[in-house]
Design a protein around this ligand. Structure first.
Ligand SMILES: [Fe+2]
Length: 189
């Protein structure tokens, strides 16, 4: 399956909140850079479509982990938090978070590509990625408290802001943290 087929088949796993989820994803796909943004400026998947590829990798990894470790968690919850955890990286409508760095004249002459290939858009109001993810989700879909916790604290102890969740993580949060790091460090290496 190609990336878009993998993405579409994940979306089918959202059943109970299907209508609101599809409306949210339609907004995200049409109004933000979700389908074209890279996953980072210079680390994993720093290329067009990298964010989508990362989100799909995280969703597929999370589904495998939960099938083994916590089958009581729904596929629906896994798909929602995985596809949306890094949504904030898309930026907001008309203001992507990542902007392509144009090659200098010299780089053009030599046929070189700039590194890093992307830079942060300084026009955006600062919000951490998960906070912007929730901002974009807005009231478009009802999230459970567990889903909100998983999205907000998906970076785990790597981020100083997340200390307060230590020892309070729900299963979905722990699994998303691991699926995220496994995807970026192993699958996308
Ligand atoms: Fe991620």
């Amino acid at each position: 399956m190609n990336l878009m087929e993998r993405y579409e088949s994940l979306k089918y796993k959202v059943v109970n909140r299907r209508e609101e989820f599809l409306a949210l994803m339609n907004f995200v796909e049409k109004e933000t850079a979700y389908l074209t943004a890279p996953a980072s400026t210079k680390y994993h998947l720093c290329r067009e479509g990298g964010l989508l590829e990362h989100s799909v990798n995280v969703a597929e990894t999370l589904l495998k982990l939960k099938a083994t470790l916590a089958p009581e968690i729904s596929d629906e919850s896994c798909v929602i938090v995985a596809l949306l955890h890094d949504l904030g990286k898309a930026g907001v409508p008309n203001k992507p978070q990542y902007i392509k760095v144009e090659p200098s004249d010299k780089q053009k002459q030599l046929g070189m590509t700039p590194f890093p290939p992307y830079k942060f858009n300084s026009d955006l109001v600062y919000l951490s990625v998960p906070v912007r993810s929730l901002y974009l989700i807005g009231g478009r879909i009802h999230l459970t408290e567990e889903e909100v916790q998983a999205i907000i604290y998906h970076d785990g102890q790597y981020v100083e802001d997340n200390r307060s969740v230590a020892m309070h993580e729900e299963k979905l949060t722990l699994l998303l943290q691991h699926a995220d790091i496994w995807s970026s460090r192993v699958i996308e290496k």
